[in-house]
Write a protein that binds this ligand. Structure first.
Ligand code: SF4
Length: 490
């Protein structure tokens, strides 16, 4: 019900589902998660899907004797690149320009959306096809284009399900992971005809039938589109090459058939050389889809007279990333290659689902990335660093060794530091306790006073009733341990 309200208010605000901004106004994580946990179908869908991917990933990773070395290499390449990000971005710009592309710099979502909308309008087109892209979801590109009279068609199967169902993505890799086959069949039957070619008569819910329906629906869009929009998994600075890693072939269609290609990519996606890329092309498929080698890896460098788009634009997106880079603990978040392995092992994600995180980045990575990109001023963003048990499973599987629990604790400290009276009292109490514990004589005197007045101690602590209402305060002993020891053991 609350989800419906959030969706409705997003529409009233002129923001549609699937828009990164559509999550704004959602309740804080504990409230949203509590509602999701009560949804048996959602939990069953998530449990089945995450456990299946998790087990397959473990097998795929165990096949490699040098997995630990690859993981360490990935971490070091990312850290080295982030350390000199300005240098590699300028090198990338020079390479892309030399290869016939045009580079645009976007400081925030509004600027990126403006650039893309202007580029599409300059072509005279009112439709674009899209490759699945987290960056364009983050900035709410589809809705920004819609406001300009441009329709964006998602072509990834899961993104198509989300778009047709007027839903929001709930997983980085499998955005419709919260849907089962029956639900998808119903969405296709009722919605496909409103967007183009309708679902075939008598559509069933077998994977083959659903995939065929999507294929037929999308094909006419691929063949008609003059403008394609993508993100990129990697950008190679030394040659200006962009790389998209996907499993369905829809990306290959969007990247090669249209005359104009616009790629919106976060600045942290740059890698210096092809040797560096080699590491990630081994770790990403095994971590995300448990494949030894990715099915469709598309790479392009500028434009070519004979093949592919004749006009290529790269929009380099900051949108808070340089602020993340400035944070010594938080900057490791920018190593993320969006494999989603951390989501699939997270006990909190498995139960709460992706929508509860109030962002296009759900799960453990979302709990650390979103509050850094958006700040912690809203209730939902301030609650995200607490959306974890700190069990560390996310760190164990991360192919670039992001210590997510460390960043979570760091962000909790930041949120708490901005806290209200309760937090100030807690800090004062800890400071006073430190002073007493530093002085054994004062501590001993305090213990004796506490023991003699134990009959007067309250059962509840004022200001901490949230804690003491559901827990018994331990009863103070009649004499301090140090006095007992002196009498009985000295
Ligand atoms: S944080 Fe690590 S495990 Fe999670 S999506 Fe990013 S790279 Fe993958």
């Amino acid at each position: 019900m609350k989800e419906e309200k959030a969706r409705a208010s997003a529409r009233v605000d002129g923001r549609g589902p699937g828009d990164g901004r559509a999550f704004i106004g959602m309740p804080a994580f504990p409230e949203a998660a509590a509602e999701a946990v009560g949804n048996d179908t959602l939990r069953a869908n998530l449990r089945h899907a995450t456990r299946t991917i998790r087990d397959k990933r473990a097998v795929a990773v165990a096949e490699l004797d040098d997995w630990a070395e690859l993981r360490e290499a990935g971490k070091q390449i990312k850290d080295r690149t982030l350390h000199r990000l300005d240098h590699y971005l300028v090198q990338l710009e020079e390479s892309v320009t030399a290869a016939g592309g045009t580079v645009h710099w976007a400081a925030d979502a509004a600027e990126a959306n403006r650039i893309v909308a202007d580029l599409v309008k300059a072509t005279g087109e009112s439709e674009v096809v899209k490759v699945k892209s987290m960056a364009t979801q983050e900035i709410g590109l589809n809705e920004a284009l819609e406001a300009e009279g441009i329709t964006a068609y998602e072509t990834d199967l899961a993104e198509l399900i989300v778009q047709l169902g007027e839903d929001r993505p709930s997983h980085i890799l499998v955005p419709a992971i919260h849907r089962n086959r029956g639900e998808i069949r119903d969405i296709f039957r009722s919605e496909m005809g409103k967007w183009g070619r309708p679902a075939p008569e008598g559509l069933g819910d077998s994977p083959a039938e659903l995939a065929e329906a999507a294929r037929l629906h999308l094909r006419e869009k691929f063949l008609r589109a003059k403008v394609g929009i993508s993100g990129a998994n990697f950008m190679v600075a030394e040659t200006g090459t962009l790389v998209v890693v996907e499993s369905e072939g829809n990306g290959r269609m969007c990247l090669t058939l249209p005359e104009t290609l616009i790629s919106v990519v976060g600045i942290e996606k740059v890698v210096p050389t092809w040797r560096d890329l080699e590491v990630f092309l081994q770790t990403l498929p095994r971590s995300s889809t448990a494949e030894r080698m990715n099915p469709y890896t598309s790479m392009w460098t500028g434009t070519s007279d004979d093949d592919g788009p004749s006009d290529f634009h790269l929009v380099l997106l900051d949108n808070g990333r340089t602020d993340v880079l400035a944070d010594e603990v938080g900057r490791q978040t920018l190593r993320c290659i969006r494999c989603s392995a951390c989501l699939n092992v997270c006990p909190v994600y498995e139960r709460a689902g992706g929508h509860a995180y109030g962002s296009v980045y759900p799960g453990p990575i979302g709990a650390v990335l979103t509050p850094q990109l958006r700040g912690t001023t809203s209730e939902i963003d301030a609650s995200l660093p607490y959306a974890s048990t700190l069990c560390g499973a996310c760190y164990d599987v991360c192919p670039v060794a992001i210590d997510i629990p460390e960043v979570l604790v760091h962000l909790r400290e930041k949120v708490a530091d901005r806290g209200g009276r309760g937090h100030r009292l807690e800090k004062a109490a800890v400071k006073a306790a430190g002073w007493v514990l530093d002085r054994p004589g004062v501590l001993a005197a305090g213990e004796r006073v506490a023991a003699r007045t134990r009959g007067l101690h309250p059962g509840r602590l004022p200001g901490a009733s949230g804690w003491t209402d559901s827990r018994d305060l331990p009863r103070m002993p009649a004499e301090p341990f140090r006095d007992w020891w002196r009498k009985n053991r000295s």
